[in-house]
Every structure is written in C-alpha cells, then in structure tokens.
Ligand binder design. Structure first.
Ligand code: FAD
Ligand code: SF4
Ligand code: SF4
Length: 593
C-alpha cells in the first residue's frame, strides 16, 4: 500500500476530531490552550475567525464537535468545547481594535436578504474586501431566529447585539423593517450579486380533527416563540402540551413555564433514544420539571362547549420487523387534559416572493431552489443561498459555514473568477519540541471529569423571561476543563529514514496504536494485524514509507492516540516528533492559484 501523504492538510485535519466535525472547522485545541494561558482575547479572536459568534455559540451551539471529541473515547464525557467559547467571550477585554475593518470600496454592490447568521457571515467576509453590502430584514433587529426564537434565558440579547454589531459596524447598510416581496424587483435594482438567507420560516401544521375549532389554543411553536419575544403573548394556560421533541419543543416547554404554565408535558411518538432534542436540552427541561411522555401519537384535539380541554393520543409499542424497520402497534388511547397545545414538529421553507420565471429553478418535488452544495449558487448566476434557506433547517454553525462558502462564490462571481474555483486549504506544521523531552504543550493525561455548568436558582429563573439559566464556568472550573483536552492538533509526525526499528515507541505507547509490520495489499487485513486492531474505519491509519533496514513500515492507528508524546520522548533518533498542526482555512479574497 502507498504511504500516507501527510502534506495533504486534510490528513492531519481529520485527526483533530472536534475541528473536523465542526462545520466551520474552528481550531478548538488552539483556543483551549489560549484559555489555559489566560489569553482570553486571543482565544476569542481565534474562535471568531471561523465561527464569527463565539459568545452566541458558546451558549447555544448545537455542538457537533462534542460527540466527536477524542476525550469521549477515553472516558464518558467529551471536553466541554462549546461552553469554553463562552469562557473566552465572557472574559475578553476590549477587542474592537483587533476586529476586521470594512475595506476601501471596490465598486460592487451585494444584497443580502435576511439578517440571520447566514447573511451576517457573508457580510463579515465581504465587507473587509470593500463590497457595498445592503442587508434587507423584515424585523427591526438583526439575528434572525437567534433573536426571535431562541429564548433570552438561553441567549441574552446583549450578547447577540454585541456580536451582530461587530459585523454590521464594518459598514453594512441595514434596511430593517423591509420585507423583500419580489426577487425580480430586487434584481432589477442592479446588484452585482444577491444572497438569500431568509431561513425556514414556516412551522409545520398538525391537521387533526378539532384543530381549527380549537385554533385559539393551538399554537405553532416557532410563531408562538416569536410572539413571546415581541411581547404579543404574555400568558398561556396552566396545562400545556408540546407536540414534538426536537430543540424547538424544548424552547417551547421552558418558555411556557415562564409565562404561566405549571403543568407542561412534551409528548413524543417514540422512545427517548430517537428524540431529536440534544441530551443537554432535555436535561435542562427536566430540571425545570417538564414531563417528557414517550410513545404517544396525537390523534385529535378534544373540545367541550367549543373550548379545548385535552388531546387524545394513541399509546404505541415499538418493535422491529423482519427488515429491521421500527414499527408501531397501538396498545390503547388516552386523553391528556390541557388548556393549550404547542406544535413543535418541524419547519418548512417558503419562497412565495421568488418568481418562477427568472431562471432560478426549483425542485418540483420539494418546491426548493436548486442550489449547488459547494458554491451555494442557484441555477441563476449571481443568486446564492445559504443557512436554513438553502436545504432546510439546520443550526447556527451550519448557517455560518454556508455564509463563508457563499462569500467566496460571491467574491468570485463579482471579480470574474469561476465560482467553482475555490481557494485551497493550507496548513502549518511546527515542531512542539522545547528541549529534551519537553514540549510546548501540557502532555500529561489529566483524569479530571467534565465540569458541571452552574445554573441559576430554579425559583429565580421563573421571575423573568430574561434571567439567563447557565451562569458560565468559574475561572477554576475553566482551568480544569481545558486540561482535559488531549491536544489532538499536536500531531505525531514520523520521519521514516530516521527509524532504526528499535521498537521503543511501540513498547511505550499506552494505547498500543503503533505497529511495525510488513506492508500489504489491503487496508482491511492490515487493520487486523496491528498491535491493537484499528476498528474505526472512518479514521485513516497512518502508513510510513519503507523503513531503511527491513523495508517494513510503521503503522499508526490515529483513532486511539492520546497525543501524549511518549513515542517522541522515547525515540532515540527523533524519528517521531510532536508537531503543532494549524489548518489554514480558505475564505473569500484568498488567492485561488
Ligand atoms: C426554537 C428554535 C431554537 C433553536 N435553537 C438553536 C440552538 O440552540 N442552536 C443552534 O445552533 N440553532 C438553533 N436553532 C436553529 C437556528 O436558529 C437556525 O438554524 C439559524 O438561525 C438559521 O440561520 P439563517 O441565517 O439561515 O436564518 P434565520 O436565522 O431564520 O434568519 C432569517 C432572517 O431572514 C428574515 N427574512 C425572512 N424572509 C425575509 C424577506 N422576504 N425579506 C426580508 N427579511 C426576511 C427573517 O426575519 C430572519 O431575520 C433553533 C431554531 C428554532 C426554531
Ligand atoms: S480532546 Fe481536545 S483536541 Fe481532541 S477532540 Fe477533544 S477538544 Fe478536540
Ligand atoms: S502520542 Fe505516541 S505514545 Fe502517545 S498515544 Fe500517540 S502514538 Fe502512542
């Protein structure tokens, strides 16, 4: 088999599991080490380069990085990667002078529709390049669903204001209170490019018997949360049922508890392991005494004298059929009394304002625009989509990642470069050696368990909708938490010509991830021949060049490496070195060739 090409930045990038899993590829171990050194400003700015909202995401990110974190393979819980962003944000000083600035105008005008995270990310990347950016937003404030749907007890308005402002202050023209009701009309205004970041604004309906007779007391989750945000809704009945068990349901049930409900039940069709809500959101809801009721499928709204008094559910038992599919059987029915029902069963896109005769094709099955996955361009050149508007509801960090990618395309479109030509991703790889067996990172394995997030007192939480529940880690907790990181970006770099095949590294490795063996034709068989078989086939194994003496090869299972550096400390010839890997991401304006 051919040796591994470690000059390809994606090889070592894959080893940094958290960074790889993050849609914006934030340099997690890098910002954690900066926190460990008390360099909060630097940590905040390193975060901001990729995710642009460290204070926001440090509170509410969906955190795809955490299930991927290598620490979760060594013990039960991953590093609290997400909440450490908040540590950097909360403890930063005045960083405004170090933020990117708007560039000298380049004569190109770009319209962004919607002021959610996707459009703000596009603006963040285009303003420094001199684009004249106008953002059209139907509401009076920026932030999109981050502001009108995520409740302020999870994300305070002041955090949102500050981080949206860092972008807008670079010189975006904000057209608040302006609903774009015709894309044709907007295009006629002569913009060089248009970005559609209008989200997925339509909550799904549940058209069961009684729905329309009970309409005063049946609410669509995302509309209801927005109404609470705008102050149009201040109260709800005491007994509330939430239908659905995704993250919107979690915000609905907790908000209901703050506007008068005392008995809140989240009704789920399936068992807990199939829930869409993140485990931590479920924990937080249950801490606030919300009941989660499994295996109940809604059947009808029950009314008495024209008033909603309950909802009937089918009770389900689930089993697996011969094809492995989960199937349900109805075991009975039950009426659960309630005063209000909130529907939180998903969101749809809606583009009534995009004419169908402007060369922008829609997929007839889903009535969604056809958008290229890499360039974000629609079938009409110069019109781009991102965030929830592109392929349906996702989350904030995906919206930001889309914004960065779309900004590259918009820049290329405006500068006459093909949008398919992408700036390359690069890397630096620098030895972490500080002297004999001493490294520029803390390579001790720390057995500390994950820090528990302090929460506001339960009684105080319900006094005001705006009381933030999570209080953030204390400095002492943060210091312990950063030490849990295994520094997956400090790579084990192997130089085959220096190896004398003494086996010292193989012997010392605490996770048996090194093997010196003969090469072979098949990775499958090679994986089974290692000191400890490399079972995770999603993570590539490292194969060195032929070793000078016997022509065997060094093989490493990257999956279980702790980055402890013992191999490099033990090696008598420095064939192993620990090197700090830094991924150089591609952003708009970077040269493509
Ligand atoms: C209840 C709820 C809770 C959530 N919680 C989380 C969470 O904890 N973490 C997370 O990562 N994600 C969460 N999400 C998802 C996240 O908020 C979205 O994925 C993200 O905001 C999408 O960003 P966007 O920029 O694509 O669109 P949006 O945030 O939806 O912004 C779109 C903007 O466009 C404006 N707009 C729409 N149409 C027009 C028009 N025609 N003219 C002018 N303006 C227009 C809207 O007013 C809005 O401001 C949650 C979503 C919901 C519904
Ligand atoms: S241990 Fe650290 S570097 Fe490794 S995946 Fe977890 S947070 Fe990232
Ligand atoms: S750094 Fe070296 S010794 Fe430590 S786990 Fe990884 S391969 Fe083994």
């Amino acid at each position: 088999m051919a040796s591994t090409d470690v000059r390809n930045p994606q090889y070592y990038h894959r080893v940094v599991d958290c960074q790889w899993a993050c849609p914006a590829h934030t340099n997690v171990p890098g910002y954690l080490r900066l926190i460990a050194q008390g360099r909060y400003d630097d940590s905040y700015l390193l975060n901001r380069e990729s995710n642009i909202f460290p204070g926001i995401l440090g509170r509410v990110c969906d955190r795809p990085c955490e299930p991927a974190c290598r620490r979760g393979r060594v013990e039960e819980k991953p590093v609290a990667i997400c909440r450490m962003k908040r540590v950097a944000a909360d403890n930063r000083g005045d960083i405004t002078d170090r933020l990117p600035k708007g560039g000298a105008k380049n004569g190109k005008r770009v319209a962004l529709v919607g002021a959610g995270p996707a459009s703000l990310a596009v603006a963040n990347d285009l303003l420094p390049l001199g684009y004249d950016v106008t953002i059209f937003e139907k509401n009076a404030t920026p932030g999109g669903l981050m502001r009108i749907n995520i409740p302020s007890f999870r994300l305070p308005a002041q955090v949102l204001d500050e981080e949206c402002d860092y972008v807008i202050r670079m010189g975006a023209t904000m057209r608040y209170g302006t609903t774009v009701d015709s894309l044709k009309g907007l295009l006629a205004e002569g913009y060089d490019a248009v970005f559609v970041g209008t989200g997925a604004p339509k909550g799904k309906e549940l058209d069961l018997p009684g729905r329309w007779d009970a309409k005063e007391n049946v609410h669509i989750g995302i509309e209801w949360l927005a109404n609470v945000h705008f102050g149009h809704v201040e109260r709800i009945g005491q007994r509330v049922l939430i239908i659905g068990v995704g993250n919107t349901a979690m915000d609905c049930c907790r908000t209901a508890k703050r506007v008068g409900a005392t008995d809140v039940k989240v009704m789920a069709r399936r068992g807990r392991k199939h829930f869409k809500a993140s485990p931590w959101e479920l924990e937080d809801a249950e801490e606030e005494q919300v009941a989660i009721v499994e295996n109940h499928a809604p059947k009808r709204f029950v009314l008495e004298q024209g008033k909603l008094v309950g909802m009937e559910f089918e009770q389900l038992a689930w089993s697996t059929d011969a094809t492995g599919k989960q199937v349900s059987t109805v075991t009975g029915t039950v009426v659960v009394p309630c005063d209000d029902v909130i529907l939180a069963i998903g969101q749809d896109n809606a583009f009534p304002w995009i004419e169908r005769d402007i060369g922008l094709e829609f997929d007839p099955k889903w009535d969604m625009p056809i958008v290229d996955k890499e360039t974000h361009q629609s079938t009409r050149p110069g019109v781009f989509f991102g965030g929830d508007a592109a392929w349906g509801p996702e989350n904030i960090i995906w919206a930001v990642a889309h914004g960065h990618a779309a900004a590259i395309s918009i820049h290329h479109h405006c500068q006459g470069i093909p949008v398919t030509e992408r700036p390359p991703v690069g890397m630096t790889l620098v030895s972490a050696k500080m002297g004999m067996q001493s490294w520029a990172y803390d390579n001790d394995y720390d057995t500390t368990k994950r820090a528990k997030m302090p929460h506001e007192d339960l009684a105080k939480r319900f006094t005001d909708l705006n009381v933030e529940v999570e209080l953030g880690y204390t400095p002492a907790q943060a210091a312990l938490e950063v030490a849990r990181c295994l520094n997956c970006d400090i790579q084990t770099h192997f130089d085959a010509p220096l190896c004398i095949e003494c086996d010292a590294c193989v012997d010392v490795c605490p996770t048996s991830c090194l093997t010196i063996t003969t090469n072979g034709d098949s990775e499958t068989s090679l994986r089974t021949r290692l000191s400890a078989p490399a079972l995770n086939t999603k993570q590539a194994i490292f194969l060195s060049d032929a070793l000078p003496q016997t022509k065997r090869i060094m093989v490493k299972d990257e999956d279980v490496c702790l980055h402890c550096g013992l191999c490099a400390e033990r090696c008598p010839t420095a064939a192993w070195d620990m090197r700090t890997f830094d991924l150089k991401q591609a952003y708009a304006g970077m040269v493509t060739r």
